[in-house]
Design a protein around this ligand. Structure first.
Ligand SMILES: O=C(O)CCC(=O)C(=O)O
Ligand SMILES: [Fe+2]
Length: 212
């Protein structure tokens, strides 16, 4: 996880919400992207998520450890091909604990057991929502690859303003826990063509690590 030579400073966006620019160096980015490409294959691979009221999410998604669907967790891809979910890799839990330690300046012993991988093409976005299907109060740790996006981070009380727009670039981590754990957040747009040329990714991939 060796990051940038001259890292941009970490920034607290709200109490409990910390942006860690460039936490993943180019080697870690390549490793995570290669893993995502393996996980994306069937069974229980990348799918389009259908919402209960008939819409579709514009991102494509897969889960590890526990399968997320709107709105809950299962052991199989209940709204996909029905196959058992792929295992959650222990190294990804270690990366998440390191990010939480960097964000809060204290060790983290959370047993992370879920990752959600979201794949954004140039038109994809994610509406304001809360990550509220987990029983655990542990922080959510997000890792971004490829194109920069606008990550909109609001409050737990409602999906409207005030919010802060943060640019999440390739290699950035974002941790939200404690008072920010149930804050509304979303991705109103990505910035197509901003991925580092060496990575070999068109579009954006985001991995959120959680305890279910
Ligand atoms: O793509 C992102 O940066 C956010 C993803 C997200 O909010 C989620 O998976 O719940
Ligand atoms: Fe989310």
């Amino acid at each position: 996880m060796t990051g940038e030579l001259f890292p941009r400073p970490a920034a607290q966006i709200a109490p409990g919400a910390v942006h860690l620019p460039g936490l993943l160096g180019s080697e870690a980015q390549r490793e995570l992207l290669a893993a995502c490409r393996e996980w994306a294959r069937p069974p229980a691979g990348l799918r389009t998520v259908r919402m209960p009221h008939g819409g579709r999410m514009s991102v494509r998604q897969l889960s590890l450890g526990w399968h997320w669907y709107p709105y809950g967790y299962a052991r199989t891809a209940v709204d996909g091909d029905g196959a058992p979910v792929k295992p959650f890799p222990p190294w990804l839990g270690e990366w998440a604990r390191e990010a939480v330690t960097a964000a809060y300046g204290r060790p983290d012993a959370t047993g992370y057991d879920v990752a959600l991988v979201n794949v954004y093409d140039a038109a994809a976005r994610m509406g304001m929502h809360r990550d509220s299907d987990e029983r655990s109060p542990a922080p959510v740790v997000s890792f971004s690859l490829g194109d920069t996006c606008v990550f909109r981070f609001g409050r737990p009380e409602g999906r409207g303003r005030p919010w802060t727009d943060v640019e999440l670039a390739c290699g950035d981590a974002f941790v939200f826990g404690g008072p920010a754990r149930l804050a509304y957040h979303g991705v109103p747009r990505t910035r197509p063509g901003t991925a580092p040329p060496g990575l070999g990714l068109r579009g954006r991939v985001n991995v959120t690590v959680r305890q279910h």
